[in-house]
Write a protein that binds this ligand. Structure first.
Ligand code: FHN
Length: 451
């Protein structure tokens, strides 16, 4: 049909077609052979920092701002810290319950500390006595978590610290620990020990999703060490994903990899979100729910559920993954505040997860009323409009979207008709919204465009 020459402003009166669903992820643009594909589809994971440090719960000699770094921040001598071995007995630990909370929140993978900087292993290691089998608990926590993840279809991943404040061959010592002799210490022997533990983790706990290295910043660890370790890990499980903290390319807390031949499959911004999307760059922002990674019983500075949901959407709108942290208590339970936030996030994801999973960064600049994600299929693109601030005018204005608008809808079913005014010639769209936002945290509309 030939369109009139005047301004092509015509109106779609749409009964929002909420029965349509985007096509399956296998039709996304990514190369199906790419080992990153599940990770890009997942967009959302759970970080878990758990170990001996949960026992003091952030407090030492009257100071209360510690957490997983407590042995260093409170300058606890090794012999005194190792007394926690005799106290670690998380009798309420229930791997299935942890995995269920992650899955119900919409998380697709779990990254747990197999070993943090203090050197303590949450697993039964043949190479060390400094692990969970040396505690009254005497259960292989990572084995139980591996079985729970497999049952639930959640990817199990391990955080492993290169830096180790316990092993006698790790150097340097802490500067306040000068009484701990370095005599006989051989760093290469420590690297062999670390590789032996990694081999146990990669071969004894089922196929892993990600090895999340950390503690790479000290001078004893070199770029050559990082490249060699990356290749070694990939030799044990070729399709494993490894973050950029295996090497020396990370640019501080901004987390992205600087120019050069540094290895690592994704960048790791920490406690922050890049200002803009980074086309062609895989990255994951990791964040705490309060201010500490390990459990701190005094830390009540919890982010709201709304803030966490909007962070998830903001990150997805820039093409990244969100790794949200839990610091379990010494008894093996999650803090109640964490449980509540996970449940709230899950309630939102139950309705809106398609606008996060398998999406790519917004095709246009950030909008002031919310965020935009997109999902490409073979011959169309679905644009998700995440409305954080429902406009008083009742209208959203969009420019720069390519293609021809074919369908529109809203992910919440209980709503009235809405209308999209289209100025196809100038690629300008005005979405006329119902008076009331069905969801005040983030209501999601979608617009389908054909090339
Ligand atoms: O030192 C660690 C810290 O304890 C925590 O594990 C974070 C989480 O990514 N990483 C390091 C700080 O950048």
């Amino acid at each position: 049909m030939k369109k009139p020459a005047h301004l092509l402003l015509f109106t779609f009166l749409l009964t929002a077609l909420f029965s349509c669903q985007p096509k399956k992820s296998e039709e996304t643009a990514q190369d199906p052979e790419d080992h990153m594909e599940w990770w890009r589809e997942a967009r959302f994971g759970m970080f878990i920092h758990w170990g001996l440090y949960a026992i003091p719960a952030g407090e030492w000699n009257g100071t209360t701002n510690h957490a997983e770094w407590i042995r260093t921040t409170a300058k606890i001598p090794l012999e005194e810290y190792d007394q926690f071995l005799d106290e670690f007995n998380p009798v309420k630990f229930d791997a299935d319950a942890w995995v269920k909370m992650a899955k119900d929140a919409g998380m697709k993978y779990i990254v747990i500390t197999s070993k943090h900087h203090d050197g303590f292993g949450l697993f039964d290691s043949e190479t060390s006595d400094y692990d969970v089998m040396a505690t009254p608990f005497k259960r292989d926590i990572l084995k139980e978590l591996s079985e729970a993840c497999k049952k639930a279809g959640i990817k199990l991943c391990f955080y492993h610290s290169i830096m180790d404040w316990h092993h006698p061959d790790y150097l340097p010592r802490r500067e306040w620990e000068q009484n701990r002799s370095v005599e006989g210490a051989e760093f290469p022997r420590y690297v062999d020990y670390m590789k032996a533990q990694l081999k146990e983790l990669i071969t004894n706990y089922g196929e892993l999703g990600v090895l999340w290295f950390d503690g790479e910043w000290e001078d004893t660890w070199t770029h050559a060490d990082g490249v060699e370790l990356y290749d070694y890990v990939r030799s044990l499980q070729p399709n494993i994903i490894i973050n950029n903290r295996v090497d020396k390319g990370r640019q501080g807390m901004a987390g992205l990899t600087k120019e050069g031949d540094f290895v690592g499959d994704f960048g790791t911004p920490e406690q922050e979100i890049p200002a803009i999307g980074l086309p062609g760059v895989d990255w994951e922002s990791c964040m705490t729910m309060n201010d500490h990674w390990g459990y701190n019983s005094h830390d009540d500075n919890w982010k709201s559920s709304e803030d966490l949901i909007r962070k998830l959407v903001d990150i997805a709108s820039k093409g990244g993954n969100f790794l949200l942290n839990i610091g379990p208590k010494a008894d093996g339970t999650f803090p109640q505040e964490s449980i509540e936030r996970l449940a709230d996030i899950g309630d939102w994801m139950d309705v809106y997860s398609e606008s996060v999973y398998g999406t790519q960064a917004s095709p246009i600049a950030e909008v002031e009323w919310g965020r935009i994600t997109q999902k490409k299929t073979e011959n169309s693109t679905r644009i998700y409009l995440h409305v954080f601030d429902w406009p008083e005018s009742g209208q959203l204005e969009l420019e720069g979207l390519k293609g021809r608008l074919t369908k529109a809808g809203m992910l919440t079913n209980d709503f009235d008709k809405f209308r999209v005014d289209v100025d196809e010639k100038n690629q300008r769209y005005v979405v006329n919204l119902p008076d009331v936002a069905p969801n005040t945290i983030d209501e999601v509309l979608w617009l389908d465009f054909r090339e």
